[in-house]
Design a protein around this ligand. Structure first.
Ligand SMILES: Cc1ncc(COP(=O)(O)O)c(C=O)c1O
Length: 402
């Protein structure tokens, strides 16, 4: 009898995302008629701006629906290069830009282009859950630097220095951060840059996907603002998903030294060929003409952030770091560990989140998924009415723990 061939080790390594499993459980409960509220959403709840949709439609009508060059259409590469040159203060042209199917795939390609087997990639925990697996798929070794509350969840020069080994190849930085919403200041970035200058073999991938969703400045401070001399070692990662509410269009890009950008584009040309053509034409409009809409979005997010923090502060013993960007709250729930509900002891954020869903139909992401135990990540990509209802239910749930 034929049996199914054994999976490659690479495939065996891949685990389904626990976040998606939570979402699946929430879906089942919804289908069974329960009023589920999700605070786990990692995407804007507002629509793609109208001018962007119109640009996409116009491109389809004009017949621009064929394969594009692997690195992206020239108009988009130029728009991205112009925007980054203006905003980061470092001169880029189209040859420094590659475009692909979401920042996620661009990051994947960057790691494939930079990491040899055994190379170490420094990850700052808490981090976006996909980083570790992507490093492993590049045969790299994730070297996790735990950055807890004592360092405001951010990498410090001392922690960076301690983590660097002769095998360190890449540092992955993300500001504003998913999951904490923390933003590095110019001084903090300068101090990190000083350490990086001592180690010229290290490439830096700066994941800027949330950099426009920034509350204190129009654009979150960037490593290249304070250390333009590092430009040949930095891959700037960004995309249309969060800033322009275009998650489903799957469009992301990177800027960097030409050698790395060519290698990434070659990787893309041999895998996905190119990004979706329509999304690329839409993104040209997004990059060029969204400043007003993004500013309005940031004001809405600020108002939601402040409202939800106000509601959370009414819960005894809850501590929330004030995010300066993105759309997540990072809430310390560790004091509830060890308490029980219906005889079941809550041993960590995963169990606490699972019980919250079963008891109160509220979905949150347990902090452990981001590499730091003790927290929930709550997204405020939802309106205040639902947000308040969710926080009320969270309060009832937590106060029922004994
Ligand atoms: C920190 C971070 N980087 C990158 C991405 C990838 O975004 P996309 O692939 O939608 O462009 C995400 C999406 O959730 C993210 O949170």
């Amino acid at each position: 009898m034929n049996s199914v061939p054994k999976l490659a080790k690479r495939a065996q390594l891949l685990k389904p995302s626990p976040i998606l499993m939570l979402a699946a459980r929430a879906g089942e409960l919804k289908a069974a008629g329960h009023n589920v509220i999700s605070l786990s959403i990692g995407e804007p709840d507002w629509d793609t701006y109208g001018n962007i949709k119109e640009a996409a439609i116009a491109s389809i009508i004009a017949g621009k629906t064929k394969y594009t060059p692997p690195a992206g259409i020239p108009e988009l590469r130029k728009a991205v290069a112009d925007q980054a040159s203006l905003e980061l203060g470092v001169q880029y042209d189209s040859a420094h830009v590659t475009v692909s199917s979401g920042a996620k795939f661009v990051l994947f390609a960057a790691l494939q282009a930079l990491v040899d087997p055994g190379d170490e990639v420094l990850l700052v925990a808490p981090f976006w859950a996909s980083y570790t697996t992507m490093v492993e798929l590049a045969d790299g070794v994730p070297h996790i630097i735990t950055c807890d509350k004592s360092v405001d969840f951010k990498l410090t020069p001392a922690l960076l220095r301690e983590a660097i080994t002769p095998k360190t190849k890449v540092l992955l930085l993300n500001s504003p951060s998913n999951p904490t919403g923390k933003v590095y200041s110019r001084d903090e970035l300068s101090a990190i840059a000083a350490v990086l200058r001592e180690h010229p073999q290290i490439a830096i991938i700066s994941d800027d996907i949330y950099n426009r969703l920034s509350f204190n400045e129009k654009l979150a401070p960037h490593l290249l603002h304070v250390a333009p001399d590092l430009r040949d070692r930095v891959v700037v990662l960004n995309g249309a998903s969060k800033s322009y509410a275009m998650t489903g269009w799957r469009l992301g890009w990177a800027l960097g030294p030409k050698e790395i950008i060519v290698a990434m584009s070659n990787y893309q040309s041999q895998s996905v060929s190119c990004a979706n053509a329509t999304a690329q034409y839409a993104a040209v409009e997004a990059v060029k003409n969204s400043d007003r809409d993004v500013a309005l979005t940031v004001e809405t997010l600020r108002q939601r952030r402040d409202f939800l923090i106000g509601e959370l502060n009414k819960i005894d013993g809850i501590e929330t770091a004030i995010p300066e960007g993105a759309f997540y709250l990072w809430v310390d729930v560790s004091r509830y560990f060890g308490r029980s509900l219906n005889g079941k002891v809550m041993r960590g954020s995963a169990e606490l989140a699972a019980a919250l869903l079963d008891e109160k139909m509220v979905v949150v992401v347990p902090g452990i998924e981001f590499g730091l135990e003790g927290y929930f990540r709550l997204s405020y990509a939802l309106d205040n009415v639902k947000g308040k209802e969710a926080i009320d239910r969270l309060k009832e749930f937590l106060s029922a723990l004994t």
